[in-house]
Design a protein around this ligand. Structure first.
Ligand SMILES: [Zn+2]
Length: 433
């Protein structure tokens, strides 16, 4: 069945949703038999449209259409459209998958246009379904897109899944190896650009009553463990004034984290113009953790993200000094360790403009928003310019079986994607003359 319409794309999402290692929901991980089945299914859809198909050395599934007027070689200018085919456990059916399937539908559209109406693009189109974005099986994320961007790290091959199978062994079982994964790099002939359609995974478009948005960039995130250490003591005998309660210090700090991020987002901080800043305390571990004991230790997590790395770091410095001040006032100590750091990625100005044009062509005003979540485009930004189109999802719910999109929004996304590619083609032709 070739994928032509929004209805076809949604039916295909339902088909992929059945490829799961769990009977109770969607769970599709890197280099598993479900991954192989997803690649084979995608290849069948591509083949049905008469498109060229192959799987690269990292297990990413590809399809390609090259206009007859162009010489079909590795050096032919090309635009890549893609996203990921893997999922988190108990996932929804659209995260990643929708972008891959809309890519197939777009290639099918242009191939049909060329075949029957003589409309050819000045570049080839490729679609890629990445094998790993979520990082569920081996803990490291974006393995498929890093491989394409030339960022495969040989030391990843020692990473193990929960059964003790190493990434190197899993590649072998899939008919691949660390060497083939390295060879999946497109550094020698980078594409003109990479376009990714993805559900928003947040509530902004729904609140704006808009189906689509152009992504301005992907926030850079840093994560920390922050340890407050006070003095555990008897809950009945220690007077309030003599306590060194680690939880109370931690709680005060968690509220300070929220207050700073709220002020920045509300535009109340004249020194911080990047209103994309978000900060979250998501974990709290208490010691000893008993009903009749004053907490002696509280370990909190901090996740802080923004489009502007410098402003994120400025906010972070402020929060870490606030933690020191709170601890000092309460006579306890505080320390922190970084557990994750990734820089922000800016989307390409020309690609953003083309996506704006694509959205406007559907009758919806262009609308721009940042992405707080990570995406394959982050890894691909090391290879070529990247652009992203967000599609509204119900209540912003994602990584959950309730993930939902409407056929109307998917139809609009497909039209916008096609019109974005046409806008890029017009620009490409004009600049080549
Ligand atoms: Zn995703």
């Amino acid at each position: 069945m070739p994928l032509c319409s929004a209805a076809d794309v949604l039916t295909a999402c339902d088909v992929l949703a059945t490829l799961s290692c769990s009977e109770h929901g969607i769970d599709r991980r890197y280099l598993t038999s479900e991954h192989a089945a997803a690649n084979a299914t995608m290849a069948a859809w591509l083949a049905a449209a008469g498109l060229r198909i192959w799987q690269d050395g990292a297990g990413n599934q590809w399809g390609r259409w090259c206009p007859a007027a162009l010489q079909d070689t590795d050096a032919t200018p090309r635009l890549v459209i893609g996203s990921h085919l893997d999922s988190v456990p108990d996932a929804g059916r659209y995260d990643g998958i929708l972008g891959v399937l809309l890519g197939i539908a777009a290639l099918t559209h242009f191939q049909h246009q060329a075949q029957y109406h003589g409309h050819a693009l000045p570049f080839a189109l490729e679609v890629v379904g990445f094998g790993d974005e979520e990082g569920v099986r081996f803990g490291a994320t974006l393995l498929g897109s890093h491989a394409m961007a030339g960022g495969w790290q040989p030391d990843w091959e020692a990473l193990e899944d929960e059964e003790g199978v190493s990434l190197g062994e899993a590649l072998q079982a899939f008919g691949l190896s660390g060497q083939t994964a390295t060879q999946a790099s497109l550094q020698d002939a980078p594409p003109l650009g990479y376009l990714e359609v993805h559900i928003e995974q947040g509530p902004v478009l729904e609140a704006e009553r808009l189906a689509l948005g152009t992504v301005t960039g992907i926030a850079g995130a840093r994560r920390f463990t922050v340890n407050f250490v006070g003095q555990a003591g008897h809950a009945g005998t220690t007077p309030m004034a003599l306590r060194q309660d680690a939880l109370c210090a931690a709680a005060e700090w968690a509220l300070a984290v929220e207050a700073l991020a709220r002020d920045v987002q509300a535009g109340k901080r004249s020194d911080m113009s990047d209103h994309s800043l978000v900060a979250t305390v998501g974990c709290c571990e208490l010691r000893p953790g008993a009903v009749n004991v004053i907490p002696g230790r509280a370990a909190l997590s901090l996740d802080i993200r923004a489009l502007d790395d410098a402003q994120r770091d400025q906010a972070l410095d402020e929060l870490l000094s606030t933690a020191q001040r709170i601890a000092q006032r309460r006579g306890i100590s505080v320390s922190h360790q970084q557990t994750h750091a990734a820089d922000a990625v800016a989307c390409d100005a020309q690609l953003m403009q083309a996506i704006d044009t694509g959205i406007a062509s559907t009758g919806q005003p262009a609308f721009r928003l940042p992405s707080g979540a990570g995406h394959d485009a982050m890894a691909i930004s090391h290879l070529c310019p990247v652009g992203m189109l967000f599609v509204r999802c119900e209540h912003g719910i994602s990584h959950h079986p309730l993930e939902s999109v409407t056929e109307g929004d998917v139809a609009r996304a497909l039209s916008a994607l096609i019109a974005s590619i046409e806008a890029l083609a017009a620009k490409h032709t004009a600049s080549a003359v």
